[in-house]
Design a protein around this ligand. Sequence first.
Ligand SMILES: Cc1ncc(COP(=O)(O)O)c(C=O)c1O
Length: 438
Amino acid sequence: MTAPAWPFIPVPFGTPVVRSEGIYLYTKDGRRIIDAAGGAVITSVGHGRVEVAEATAKAMTDMTYACPPFPTPQRDALVDRLVERWLPKNLKRVWLASGGSEAVDGAMRLARHYQYLSGRHAKTKILYRDISYHGATLATLGISGHPGRRTGLEDMWVDQPAVPAPYPLRYAGDEPDMGKAYADAIEEVILAEGPDTVCALVAEAMTGSSGGAIVPPEGYWARVQEICKRHNVVLIIDEVMTGFGRTGTKFACDWAGITPDIMISGKSLACGYAPIVGVFASDEIVAPLNKGNTALMFYTYGGAVGPCAAALSVLDIMEREKLVERVAMMEGVMERALAPLRQHAHVAEVRGRGMLWGIEIVKDRATLEPFPMSANLTMGIINKGLSDGVYFYPAGTGQVRDVIVLGPPYITTEAEIEEIVAVLKTSIDFAVAKAMAH
Ligand SMILES: Cc1ncc(COP(=O)(O)O)c(C=O)c1O
């Protein structure tokens, strides 16, 4: 049999999706699937919002394209809105890309330019956490603790020093203050590498799909920030998945008490209607570039007309319908609906925040032994969910498994959450029974 031309992955999801509306995907063979994954945890305001399509069409009719150094009304309007109403107060500078990997790559370059142009030429290393995903470009794979995605390409990416990621389920430790212990482990790496050689630390405020919605322990971020300041390490916070409301505040930085030097965010910004992700930085980080007359080289599509208009329209909806507040309210709804799964014989942990939740499934709850890779449990759950009308997000890194992530649209109702969780339970039972017989 000839393989299909698209995609280059071994697990295409069968039936084509031909339409989407609200929280639903509609397939060519007439089925309706709840998008409990929000696509790839991107769908914030929901599918099929005609006003977003109309705003984008109008902008693209008025104007096709101008090279990124030109101001355009669409980009100016979006940048003003972001700075005035959305971004953490210290982040006043905006640079736009078309996707998360591209944006993280830009943030890495920005941190390096900042250190170099400030005269700290040896500060070149970018620390990353050992459970993480920051993108699929060769630069971002080098800072991704994701063996499943970078294995086989080792000679192509530049490995950077890794620090331990908080993972309280598997490493609760015996220190009284685990937040401090995890943070101090970062300082140990900085000292071992030599503080004069460390440019930046990149991390998600709350680990998204690589770990499966892992919330850091109390006190962790306060201490990490202290350490970064002490050693003049740029703090790059990746909110590609968590930003623009997903965890119940505008950014996870808000509840985590983080003042990032650079923040990247975007999935929920344009909700999948158009490709746009931002790199947001403080004046202090950008200032040396101006002095050195060094541009952070743009991408041709960075801040293009259509994506800027789509993003602004999505922000209009989020503000008008108070969707960030709604996500905060839905946190309790999701927690209550998922709570019974905590008693499940094969569920090791249910964790999350806002409308980003992870359910970790193990072979043995007492020892936390996972199912073998060959059992392919995660995909067993996903496929059963799909056949029962719900799409869940497969999380983990290969080494970290098996984790199902829920990231439904912000407009999902309580009854729909209950329906999602009922199908999740059936899907786990089905796939676990199959894996036990494996
Ligand atoms: C935290 C994080 N950073 C970066 C990326 C890469 O984004 P993209 O797939 O748009 O390149 C992702 C994608 O899921 C992500 O979750």
